[in-house]
Design a protein around this ligand. Structure first.
Ligand code: NAP
Length: 267
């Protein structure tokens, strides 16, 4: 049996083990997906130990996606462009890293038939970076608002797709929201019942990246509103997981088995 680790902090709430272990069982593969809570100071050692153990690879999650990029041997073009990794494949003693978040986000938008001209991304961490790359690739005009403005500015400077860049903006007012088609919540606001744009009128599409067993307040509000299309974090979670699974195993992911392992149907 080989293991796949999920490295992050916190990881106890993660829905990824259920999905990946269902996929391994469906295909009769003798592997196991396990969570490893790793603090920032322990990250280098945790990644180093993948090289020497019976481990196929790993997922890297909040808050290590950017730091982990500097600790692996090979980085895909996609992960380099995003500036963050979420998947590691062990090749002998070498660690090859990729990022499947943008793919997952793109598939989630596609399943919900969302086509936006203007998008506002909340957050400027690893997940936000993947979403920004995917939106720019689709020709969308992208703004990024972050609690720490300097990080949004750094994102805007460092990501370029063809000649397009995102712009850093302040936390959105109602006017900003009215001028956008799509808001993407790429912060953890919602994990503990927060709504990142509480009290504000919603644009016509919302993507909330937070993948929880229960719906976030933002998803609930968007579902209850008229004419608002909503994508829940479980949808992106499913599709990024399927792509990661294929990188570790080299076989097509059993998508429906993975979907069924989620705690509720994806809206
Ligand atoms: P990250 O790199 O740690 O970035 C977190 C971002 O959220 C930063 O921009 C941070 O702002 C902001 N933030 C944190 N706490 C905040 C608060 N209390 N108020 C306002 N902003 C706050 O994390 P990440 O990997 O990008 O993940 C972000 C979220 O996306 C997480 O909830 C994660 O679960 C979710 N995610 C979901 C999927 C999926 O498949 N559904 C995939 C990836 C990530 P500062 O710069 O000011 O710290």
């Amino acid at each position: 049996m080989s293991a796949v680790w999920l490295i992050g902090d916190p990881v106890a709430h993660s829905l990824s083990p259920a999905m990946h272990n269902a996929a391994f069982a469906t295909l009769g593969l003798p592997h196991r997906y396990e969570v490893r809570e790793v603090k920032a100071a322990e990250l280098a050692d945790a990644l180093g130990s993948i090289r020497h153990e019976d481990v196929l690879g790993a997922n890297v999650t909040i808050p290590h996606k950017e730091a982990a990029l500097r600790l692996v041997d090979d980085v895909s073009d996609e992960a380099r462009r995003i500036g963050a990794i979420n998947t590691i494949v062990r090749r002998g003693r070498r660690l090859a890293a990729d990022n499947t978040d943008g793919y997952g986000f793109g598939r989630a938008l596609e399943e919900a038939s969302i086509k936006a001209r203007r998008a506002l991304v909340l957050g400027a961490g690893g997940a936000a970076r993947a979403c920004v790359v995917e939106l720019l690739r689709a020709g969308v005009d992208v703004s990024v608002a972050n609690r720490t403005r300097a990080r949004a500015e750094s994102l805007a400077r460092s990501i370029r797709v063809d000649h397009a860049r995102a712009r850093a903006v302040t936390w959105p007012t109602q006017d900003d929201l009215d001028a956008t088609d799509l808001v993407v919540n790429a912060t953890p606001l919602g994990m503990h019942n927060e709504d990142p744009i509480k009290g504000r009128r919603l644009p016509r599409a919302i993507v909330d990246l937070i993948p929880l067993a229960t719906e976030t307040p933002l998803v609930k509000r968007a579902k209850a509103a008229e004419n608002v299309t909503v994508v829940d974090g479980l949808s992106m979670l499913l599709h990024q997981a399927a792509r990661s699974f294929e990188l570790w195993t080299g076989v097509p992911a059993p998508l429906e088995a993975m979907r069924s392992a989620l705690p509720r149907p994806i809206p």
